[in-house]
Design a protein around this ligand. Structure first.
Ligand SMILES: C[S@@+](CC[C@H](N)C(=O)[O-])C[C@H]1O[C@@H](n2cnc3c(N)ncnc32)[C@H](O)[C@@H]1O
Length: 322
């Protein structure tokens, strides 16, 4: 049970109507968070607004309207129409412009574990799905994508948005190429995953907080705040459910890259800010295959095989050699 006498929580659950009250209560119970009924004296920093077919995040802390995922409108649709197709940096980074599709056909024959899709489609495991924007772009380019997210409410938000998109004739085929899973991608050997390998693993872990906060989109601002929410205000939700996740540490990034390299058959693509160092250094951390045993040396970045740059973003590409 949540102690309602404690300071306001970081995140609360609010039904948007009587009709969605049951669902809101079930979500609150699952996440060990309070269900808000309108009589609270102190509001949480964020509210998860629950209707029967979608979830949205209301950041009470920032002057902003609700943040949701809607593939049927706005920027997702705009990017679908005008996004630059296979010439855009993301498409080039995952290898859509190269001979990957042929390789994938061979792969499908060799490995029954990935044979859950039509032959010839590039398979991408998006290991850090977040709001699913990159997932959507890759699926709209014809990839078959598994979108893994470890934050449970964010996974539900993405799942709801995909279900709504599957009912929209214009984009249903794209939505059907995506499967959202609630999963921690540091473990990709897990038997419960729908595939046992993918052509490409895509990683977009949280960037370090930007100095130029105006440039940070409101979704990412909210995520940064929630993911770093391991402070006293959050700690009264002591039952550790994945409504927040730990801040992204070096060891965690190393574990993500390592498991990605074991799962991908062609390449791992890591999205980074244009001027950031590569995701991982060779500093010794337990179980890190990149570990440099000469601990007296300064940690060096694990350099990618190649990179594709755009104005604000760089895609680091690690070619799989097994
Ligand atoms: C920068 S956001 C991704 C944004 C996403 N590419 C998009 O287009 O919306 C990073 C996400 O990765 C998730 N994440 C971080 N580590 C993870 C892990 N080990 N397994 C699964 N998800 C993870 C975080 O919860 C967060 O939602």
């Amino acid at each position: 049970m949540v102690d309602t006498t404690a300071a306001a929580p970081l995140l609360g659950i609010r039904p948007t109507s009587r009709a969605s009250q049951k669902r809101a209560e079930a979500i609150a119970e699952e996440l060990y968070l309070p269900c808000l009924m309108g009589s609270e004296t102190e509001l949480p920093d964020f509210e998860l607004l629950v209707s029967n077919d979608r979830l949205a995040l209301q950041p009470n802390r920032f002057a902003s309207g609700p943040i949701g995922i809607d593939f049927t409108a706005g920027r997702a649709m705009h990017r679908l129409k005008f996004g630059g197709g296979k010439r855009q940096p993301l498409a080039r980074a995952i290898g859509l412009a190269s001979k990957s599709v042929k390789k994938n056909q061979a792969l499908s024959r060799q490995n029954p574990g990935v044979d859950t899709h039509s032959q010839g489609e590039l398979t991408v495991f998006d290991a850090t799905a977040g709001f699913g924007k990159d997932t959507w772009v890759m699926a709209s380019l014809g990839c078959r994508v598994i979108a893994a997210e470890r934050c449970l409410w964010l996974h539900w938000m993405l799942n709801d948005a995909l279900e709504l998109a599957r009912d929209d004739d214009l984009i249903a085929d794209i939505a059907r190429r995506i499967k959202a899973v609630h999963h921690d991608s540091r473990d990709l050997k897990c038997k419960d995953l729908p595939w046992s390998a993918a052509d490409v693993v895509y990683l977009d872990p949280m960037y370090p907080p930007s100095q130029k906060s105006a440039a940070v989109k409101k979704e990412m601002q909210a995520l940064h705040y929630l993911l770093a929410g391991q402070d006293e205000r959050a700690s009264h939700n002591s039952e550790k459910k994945s409504h927040t996740t730990e801040p992204q540490t070096d060891a965690e990034n190393a574990a993500l890259l390592q498991s990605a390299l074991g799962f991908a058959t062609q390449r791992v693509v890591v999205k980074r800010p244009a001027r950031a160092l590569p995701l991982v250094t060779d500093a010794v951390t337990p179980g890190n295959q990149f570990g440099n045993p000469a601990t007296t040396q300064a940690a060096k970045p694990v350099e990618p095989d190649t990179s594709i740059k755009s104005v604000n973003t760089r895609y680091d590409i690690y070619i799989v050699k097994h």
